[in-house]
Design a protein around this ligand. Structure first.
Ligand SMILES: NC(=O)c1ccc[n+]([C@@H]2O[C@H](COP(=O)([O-])OP(=O)(O)OC[C@H]3O[C@@H](n4cnc5c(N)ncnc54)[C@H](OP(=O)(O)O)[C@@H]3O)[C@@H](O)[C@H]2O)c1
Length: 306
């Protein structure tokens, strides 16, 4: 099993880190291209009556580090590698550290540019090159602009579960013919680039601020569900455990080829978790499995959109 916090704060209220966007964006990646500013690490108060969601607070309910449980796919999984440390990468890193994982973050510019983020995340985070993050991770998250997916190191990811958060935005990524004609999907492209890895698509259809805010412990009635898609059942079980530890249930939407159902601009895309307040960082609404399934069923291919 993946390490999981034993007790979570009832309400997760991180400080707003970016100004609200003007107008309702359809593209979280583009709506707020600025990255969340790093927050100074803070010392945990002794047994606070209410605990903040922030990473630097080292909550008392966190499972002791490296507590290995016998059996289960996640028995030895304590390190999450991140290739990409922007909006989504840093958010997943925050959730992962809070859940008791170690993280290794990387970007395109080099580990020295991630010192603020590592300082915020604390002693169980370190920065490295993308190759080193891929080597270090028991599970590795690829969370970069799609146009750069061929730069993801192949060899160190052999045999590993790779979480793919990426979306296709032609204005950012340039036109990719096989995505424009919908003969493949983004995650299938990453899988083709990483033929000996097990790619699972998730995190791509939720705005990063909402990803942070909506995380809840297992059993919390306000917990949300995230869609996953992948071709390997064991990898999907692993990712389900990872999501569980980070604060989400998982809904299996099928193989990677079904990942289009929650790609950009579909009914199951980021508006789903935004609710009435749109992409207000303080907003976000719970999504249960029934609603997610309804939206996945309602999803249309781009060619069928009016
Ligand atoms: N923003 C959201 O709310 C959101 C939600 C769901 C999914 N997504 C998708 O998730 C992906 C990441 O989005 P984001 O908003 O986090 O992007 P972002 O803030 O622009 O961050 C991108 C990160 O990727 C790194 N990167 C770029 N090329 C790389 C490479 N070749 N090797 C290693 N790292 C590399 C960048 O490093 P440098 O800064 O050093 O270049 C940066 O850390 C995108 O495909 C996006 O569409 C975004």
């Amino acid at each position: 099993m993946v390490a999981r916090p034993r007790r979570w704060p009832k309400a997760v209220r991180p400080a707003p880190v970016t100004p609200p966007p003007t107008g309702p964006p359809t593209d979280p990646a583009h709506a707020l291209p600025t990255r969340p500013p790093t927050r100074p690490p803070t010392r945990p108060p002794p047994r606070p009556p209410t605990r903040r969601h922030g990473v630097g607070t080292a909550p008392a309910w966190r499972r002791p580090r490296n507590q290995r449980r016998p059996g289960g796919v996640g028995a030895s999984m304590t390190t999450i590698g991140l290739i990409g440390a922007g909006n989504i990468g840093s958010t997943v890193a925050r959730l992962a550290v809070r859940a008791g994982h170690d993280v290794v973050v990387s970007n395109s510019r080099g580990p020295e540019t991630l010192s603020d983020l590592v300082a915020e995340l604390g002693e169980h985070a370190r920065a490295a090159t993308a190759t080193e993050a891929a080597e270090a991770g028991d599970v590795v998250v690829v969370t970069i602009p799609l146009k750069n997916y061929r730069e993801v190191p192949v060899e160190p990811l052999r045999g590993k579960v790779v979480i793919d958060t990426n979306n296709y935005y032609p204005e950012r990524d340039g036109h990719i013919a096989e995505l424009d004609d919908e003969s493949t999907t983004t995650a299938e492209m990453l899988q083709a680039h990483l033929p000996e890895s097990q790619v699972v698509k998730t995190f791509n259809n939720i705005y990063f601020e909402h990803l942070l805010r909506l995380a809840r412990p297992s059993g919390d009635p306000e917990r949300s569900v995230l869609a996953i898609a992948g071709d390997d059942a064991a990898a999907k079980r692993t990712v389900t455990e990872v999501l569980d530890s980070l604060g989400y249930d998982a809904h299996d939407a099928g193989p990677l080829s079904e990942g289009w159902r929650f790609q950009r601009d579909t009914a199951a895309y980021a508006d789903l978790y935004a609710g009435e307040r749109g992409f207000d960082p303080e907003g976000g609404r719970r999504v249960d499995e029934a609603f997610l399934v309804q939206q996945l069923d309602a999803a249309k291919r781009y060619r069928d959109m009016a």
